[in-house]
Ligand binder design. Structure first.
Ligand code: ZN
Ligand code: ZN
Ligand code: ZN
Length: 650
């Protein structure tokens, strides 16, 4: 049974390739371990585990991968034990190998396998240093497999190499791009070794194995089959194949087809015959047909030859179908190299070979898919956080985008700060000023609370108590109104005696209280007195019929103003009616005096006291006085208003 590890992906899809890998993995499990270049087949079995196989003396641990900017390295890879190494192979199932100093290129041209050859041997320390320097392009879920061999390895550094599981053992194939004769290639192949396995010209016993060679090179190349004498026994052939002796085959080099057969002539499959399709077989008179797998090109093998150049040897990749052809051993046209195969079989090991000298380790690489969480400052009541990065695949949290420092969401969470409270003391409202309940204000967020523990939020408005307004008492006259002089009345707030309001009392009118409309009888000697209500201090003089009367014509005394005419003056008057005017500095009032001759007046008329004189209120002074009063009232109200406002502002 043959399965292909690497095959021509130019012909088959990647999906097909992946499923084949999985299929192989379980099968491989049952098979012999310690195989170099088992590569991706074991990857899924060793997920997350760095393993070392078969190492009684040597061991390999890749350690944790370091992933930075999508480049993977294994800076802590360890190689245990002491050995001289001949090759190191690194392979990945995803991503690629970035290092370019490996000595054999990835034959799939996608840089997923690279082999470093140390044909003259390399120390453990040197190989470890090299391994730690290898850089890979990371993809999440990629598995990296590293194999080391301390078994002898010696192949050309320009070879292309691949590996395949065949019948429970790993076969390796290289193509050597060097045009030499089949005979030389046969000998040189046997001088090559890989992981302690001796080389031989490739033996192709299935279509899948053909495809392996297709994948390594598109060039024509020798394979390990020849048309040889049927007289050769398997034992003789075996000696030929494994004894580094080509010469016995030379004897078959004949143009005579008679007694010959196509056989594989080297490696573990030496002696297996090769089938020739019917019509071609008929052309080979005397050629015995074989039974094994073949992939002859149409019309081949045709045995075309001259006596000097018989077509006795197999080349694969015969244009243009990548099929087989028979051709002379030293045919130089067409530009061919040769395919060499390595596999374990009796007699196929170099001396000193040990399975324990091959060690393999693999490591699954996770590449974080990070999402940034922006930093958030904590508030009084809400938590904040530092900036951090979270992997959507594995859930791990890191401080940095390069995922070098792991952390946790909890560790990056910043607690809420709590409020920074300032207490506002309770203030009782007054008549004119608002008060407030006790409350607390946070100087950071500005919120207002009823309590310091911030359990009940409120607002300054809600905690404000309205001004009470004044509670006025009765008006009290504090300055009485006088004739011609305004008075003042005042009221006081019951809540605060300093809250007062004043208003003007209208001034009284001037009036003659007594002695108006008296009649004086000439030369009667009667005392004529008039009393007005004006203050004597404001009295400026007396007028008679509009003319100021000399002050020596009367006397004046307190009470409020009592004027008494001198009789000499009265007797000098003519009979008639006189207008008597009391003049004050802020008003005046008129009275009337009648002067008559004796005998023309009834005595009863003379009694001024019985007559009720009409009190004149000084109409002539009224308009001006009222205007003054109104002005004063307005002023008083204004004063009160201003006083109120000033207190409110305190
Ligand atoms: Zn992750
Ligand atoms: Zn706050
Ligand atoms: Zn008040």
């Amino acid at each position: 049974m043959i399965r292909i590890l690497f095959y021509n992906i130019r012909k088959r899809g990647v999906c097909c390739k992946m499923s084949k890998f999985l299929q192989r993995s379980s099968l491989y499990r049952k098979k012999r371990m310690g195989l170099l270049l088992a590569l991706t087949m074991i990857l899924s079995l060793f997920a997350f585990v760095s393993t070392a196989e078969a190492a009684s003396t040597i061991s390999l641990s890749l350690g944790g991968p370091s992933v930075s900017s999508n480049t993977v390295t294994f800076p802590s890879a360890e190689i245990g034990g002491n050995a001289t190494y001949y090759a190191m192979t690194v392979s990945v199932d995803k991503g690629s190998i970035l290092s370019t100093d490996y000595s054999m290129a990835d034959m799939l041209a996608n840089h997923q396998t690279a082999t470093w050859l140390f044909n003259s041997g390399k120390s453990t320390a040197d190989v470890q240093t090299l391994l730690r320097s290898v850089k890979l392009s990371a993809q999440d879920g990629m598995t990296v497999t590293v194999t080391l061999t301390a078994n002898q390895t010696n192949i050309p550094t320009s070879s292309y190499i691949t590996a395949e599981e065949i019948n429970g053992s790993t076969h390796y194939y290289i193509f050597v791009d060097s045009q030499i004769s089949w005979e030389n290639a046969y000998e040189v192949a046997k001088s090559y070794s890989f992981c302690g396995l001796k080389g031989y010209l490739a033996t192709v016993t299935s279509a899948d194995e053909d495809k392996i060679l297709d994948a390594i090179s598109s060039k024509r190349g020798w394979a390990g089959a020849a048309r040889i004498s049927t007289a050769w026994t398997d034992a003789e052939l075996d000696q030929t194949c494994n004894g580094s002796v080509y010469s016995p085959l030379v004897g078959t080099k004949t143009a005579n087809n008679s007694g010959t057969i196509w056989k594989w002539v080297c490696g573990p499959e030496a002696g297996l015959s090769i089938k020739i399709d019917g019509s071609q077989a008929l052309r080979y008179y005397g050629v015995q047909n074989g039974t094994g797998y073949s992939n002859w090109s149409s019309g081949e093998p045709n045995g075309s030859n001259t006596s000097s150049l018989p077509e006795l040897f197999l080349e694969v990749h015969f244009p243009s179908e990548y099929r087989w052809n028979d051709i002379p051993a030293n045919w130089t046209q067409g530009g061919r190299g040769y395919f060499v195969e390595f596999s374990p079989y009796d007699g196929g090991y170099v001396s000193g070979y040990s399975e324990d000298n091959n060690v393999t380790a693999s490591q699954l690489v996770h590449v974080h898919s990070l999402t940034k969480t922006e930093a958030v400052s904590p508030t009084c009541t809400e938590e904040g956080n530092n900036e951090y990065y979270t992997c959507s695949a594995c859930g791990k949290v890191f401080k940095d985008e390069a995922a070098t420092e792991e952390t946790s969401v909890e560790a990056e969470t910043l607690p809420a700060k709590g409020h920074t409270m300032t207490k506002t003391e309770a203030v009782s409202p007054t008549c004119t000023e608002e008060g407030n309940n006790e409350y607390y204000t946070c100087s950071v967020c500005g919120k207002v609370f009823k309590d310091e523990a911030a359990t009940e939020e409120t607002s300054v408005e809600a905690e404000t108590l309205a001004a009470l307004g004044h509670d006025w008492g009765e008006w009290v006259e504090t300055e009485p109104a006088l004739p011609g002089v305004e008075g003042i009345e005042t009221r006081t707030c019951t809540r605060d005696a300093s809250h007062k309001e004043a208003r003007i009392i209208k001034a009284l009118s001037y009036a003659i209280l007594e002695g108006d409309k008296q009649t004086y009888v000439l030369r009667s000697g009667k005392e004529i007195s008039l009393r007005a209500n004006g203050a004597l201090s404001k009295f400026t003089g007396l007028m008679v019929d509009g003319k100021t009367l000399d002050s020596d014509k009367y006397t004046v005394k307190e009470g409020s103003t009592i004027v008494t005419f001198k009789n000499a003056y009265l007797d000098a008057l003519s009979v008639g009616t006189y207008k008597i005017t009391f003049v004050y500095d802020n008003g005046s009032v008129d009275g009337t005096l009648y002067v008559v001759e004796a005998g023309t007046q009834d005595d009863s008329q003379d009694d001024s006291d019985t007559k009720t004189p009409t009190v004149k209120t000084g109409d002539n002074a009224q308009p001006g006085l009222w205007l003054a009063l109104m002005g004063l009232s307005c002023a008083a109200l204004l004063v009160g208003f201003v006083t109120h406002r000033k207190r409110a502002r305190k």
